[in-house]
Design a binder for this molecule. Structure first.
Ligand code: AFP
Length: 300
């Protein structure tokens, strides 16, 4: 079976980008091993005032150190760090954006969680998603999988017992589908979101939501449907982050034939104004994204 290394070579990626992707993907092994010893919460809060799990800080420090030492990354922005980190001595000019441990509040329940990464060229982290050179996420479930795009479609790899990623599926396409997952509490949803959920439920859609964005999205990628975290009354930007969660996963969705929107615009067209910007998110199959747009348009 094709290895990650062989795939990257055949995809014609720049050598430094191949090395960087492989380096990030390798971190899944130490991260998996650390889950058992890092169950607790840390004493710290992140910039959003959220209590950090021990794995949030541990995985953030691991990936930041490895990428800093690689000489390949000029700038790195992490959901878990207040400031953008810069590495002026780097020989390559990649800028990395990441959520090192998405869904960390679920670690103690042993549900699947993941690491989300976007890679830009040019050393600047504040770029529209459409300009990504690569996006990936590692999902720590029954298997460790790597879902990757280098702008030439989406591939899914699984890590074998020797730590080698082997291709499970290439040219992944999001089918039209009827699964949906939504964050936020019903009383807090804005009216357009409530109207959308009423519409999908009337169409017979089925609810599947764990509270781990990366895992919930992966299910949508495989089976079709939509993941939503809407604008809430009193929280018009919702909960999730444009740079760390929307942009990399949205780029993967688009490469698989799906899309991402906040209900009004394609989030891949939006240039982040600042690293920790939040945004409502609707990401998934085209049938569902069309319904989001129609519903938002109607209830304007
Ligand atoms: P944690 O990393 O704090 O678990 O947050 C996860 C997350 O950002 C995203 O992965 C989930 O989809 C969303 O929050 C879940 O939020 P709700 O608990 O409000 O549904």
């Amino acid at each position: 079976m094709t290895t990650l290394h062989e795939y990257l070579e055949s995809a014609g990626c720049e050598t430094d980008l191949c090395t960087l992707i492989e380096l990030i993907a390798e971190q899944a092994q130490p991260i998996r091993e650390a889950f058992i010893t890092h169950q607790a919460y840390a004493e710290s809060e992140n910039v959003y005032g959220e209590r950090q799990a021990a794995m949030d800080t541990w995985s953030d420090e691991l990936i930041t150190r490895v990428l800093g030492e690689s000489g390949l990354v000029r700038a790195l922005s992490s959901e878990e760090q207040d400031e953008v980190r810069t590495f002026p001595g780097a020989k390559a000019e990649y800028a990395v954006v990441m959520d090192p441990m998405d869904g960390s509040s679920l670690i103690q329940t042993n549900l699947a969680v993941g690491t989300i990464v976007g890679i830009f060229g040019g050393g600047d982290v504040l770029q529209p998603g459409r300009d990504l050179k690569a996006a990936l996420y590692m999902l720590y479930g029954p298997m460790t999988t790597l879902t990757l795009t280098v702008g030439k479609g989406v591939c899914i790899f699984a890590m074998d017992h020797g730590g080698v990623y082997r291709l499970l599926e290439r040219d992944v396409r999001i089918p039209d589908g009827n699964l949906y997952g939504t964050g936020g509490g019903r009383p807090d949803w804005i009216d357009q979101h409530a109207a959308f959920i009423t519409a999908v439920e009337a169409d017979g859609a089925k609810l599947r939501y764990t509270g781990s964005y990366v895992a919930d999205f992966h299910q949508i990628l495989k089976y079709g449907g939509i993941y939503c975290y809407p604008a809430l009354k009193g929280k018009p930007k919702g909960k999730l982050r444009l740079l760390y969660e929307a942009i990399p996963v949205g780029f993967i969705a688009a490469q698989a034939g799906g899309a991402i929107t906040d209900g009004h615009i394609d989030l891949l067209d939006l240039k982040p104004a600042e690293p920790h910007q939040r945004t409502p998110i609707y990401v998934g199959s085209m049938n569902m994204i069309s319904l989001v747009k129609e519903t938002f348009e109607r209830s304007r």
